[in-house]
Design a protein around this ligand. Structure first.
Ligand code: NAP
Length: 380
């Protein structure tokens, strides 16, 4: 994709609120409808399980999977637990799938109430593909495909609906590593096309082996999640201007460091614990003002400024992360602003050193990721 080139999924022609007699049910009605992408395993599976439990018979929860067989197997597993999700096929990198899914929700339910953009990829540290492949493939799935899906499905979200996208602390760290000009651009970018342009620039830098020289840092996954966080901010600002619908909240989050295929099962959290913050955002009550924000442990992370220790520690979910775990990003961020730890760390105390080492271990384990499926290597 070249700079300035438009992402080619059309915004849905008809929004849910206009297209069906069922639209009056809405999120507060008897059958709120949810779609969780990449839900055949990992955190997405945990999110479907939690939404099924929270919504009960009142809701319809779709477990979206790019592979029908894997999706059906996951649905059967949850049915064995007495839950009742439904399966839908969706490869977010497949435009035909996206349009089919949008048609399905529009025609069957007149819209959608909860969209969780969970599907995502990361190359393992051991991956042998060159950066010129890893960067575009990572951005294609985590940013471009997510954006295309949002363009097709957000117009179907009814009043009081919620959109949640899975970002990650590594997006925050990637921001810290950007050169000042790029930091300013991410902070101020205000259109979806602006995000596409930034990501396209990043891909070009990777292909030219100039990422560091041009101020991008090194992490493809981190920059892709940074793109998601900035995109969420823009989507949140845009939805406020939609006068036809009310109380739609669009936010993103880090689930914490969760033991999944992506983390080579190294994270301390279970998938059910990783589902806590995204499900919290998916079920935010009416009257809530959270819009376009990045959350960690159910609390807003002031992503574009210094991390507030209070924000990170005010979670009421004591089980989600232990206090020392929660201190890791705080420590990292404090160190980052003082000492640029990845470039020349200069601890002033033993405590600071140990917290930095914990942050490093956490960072490294998050980088240990699953095998990347080869069939996604063609970038559209
Ligand atoms: N694990 C963590 O600690 C952590 C931390 C921060 C953020 N996150 C984010 O949380 C989300 C879930 O991660 P996870 O740890 O649960 O990873 P995971 O176990 O690897 O699961 C990823 C899911 O995404 C699906 N997926 C990948 N590409 C897709 C595509 N093109 N279309 C549809 N589905 C696709 C996978 O499907 P297949 O089974 O078919 O491959 C799988 O269901 C990701 O966005 C990740 O970046 C995870």
């Amino acid at each position: 994709m070249n700079k300035g080139e438009k992402i080619d999924i059309p915004r849905s022609q008809r929004s849910g609120r206009e297209s069906s007699s069922q639209q009056s049910e809405g999120f507060n009605g008897p059958r709120p409808t949810s779609d969780v992408t990449g839900a055949n395993k990992g955190i997405g599976f945990g999110i479907v399980r939690a939404l099924c439990k929270e919504l009960g018979e009142r809701g319809v929860v779709y477990l979206a999977s790019r592979d029908e067989g894997r999706g059906e197997k996951a649905v059967q597993e949850l049915k064995g637990e007495g839950l009742n999700p439904r399966c839908i096929q969706l490869d977010i990198c497949n435009n035909d799938h996206i349009l089919k899914v949008a048609d399905y929700f529009r025609d069957t339910y007149g819209g959608l109430d909860i969209l969780v953009n969970n599907a995502g990829i990361s190359f393992t540290a051991a991956a042998t593909e060159p950066d010129s492949i890893q960067a575009p493939v990572t951005v294609e799935t985590n940013v471009f495909a997510t954006l295309r899906l949002c363009r097709a499905l957000i117009p179907l979200i009814r009043s009081h609906g919620r959109v949640v996208t899975m970002a990650g602390q590594l997006g925050s760290l990637a921001y810290q590593k950007l050169g000042p000009d790029l930091q300013k651009r991410f902070k101020t970018v205000s259109t979806e096309q602006g995000i596409v342009d930034l990501m396209t620039e990043f891909i070009s830098a990777a292909k030219e082996v100039k990422k560091k020289e041009l101020g991008w840092g090194s992490s493809n996954y981190g920059v892709s999640k940074l793109g998601v966080i900035a995109l969420t901010r823009i989507q949140g600002q845009d939805i406020i201007k939609d006068s036809g619908r009310e109380d739609i909240l669009i936010n993103c989050c880090c689930p914490g460091n969760v033991a999944t295929d992506m983390s080579s099962h190294k994270g301390p959290l279970t998938i059910d614990q990783g589902a806590v913050t995204p499900v919290y955002l998916a079920l935010l009550p009416g009257g809530c003002s959270h819009q376009g924000l990045f959350f960690y442990q159910k609390a807003v992370k002031d992503f574009w400024g210094p991390v507030s220790q209070n924000q990170l520690l005010n979670s009421d979910d004591k089980f989600a992360l232990s206090q020392s775990d929660a201190m890791i990003p705080v420590a990292y961020n404090n160190l980052d602003s003082k000492t640029q730890p990845w470039n020349g760390f200069d601890p002033t105390s033993l405590t600071e050193l140990s917290l930095f080492l914990l942050a490093t271990v956490s960072h490294m384990s998050a980088l240990r990721t699953s095998e990347y499926p080869k069939d996604l290597l063609s970038v559209r």
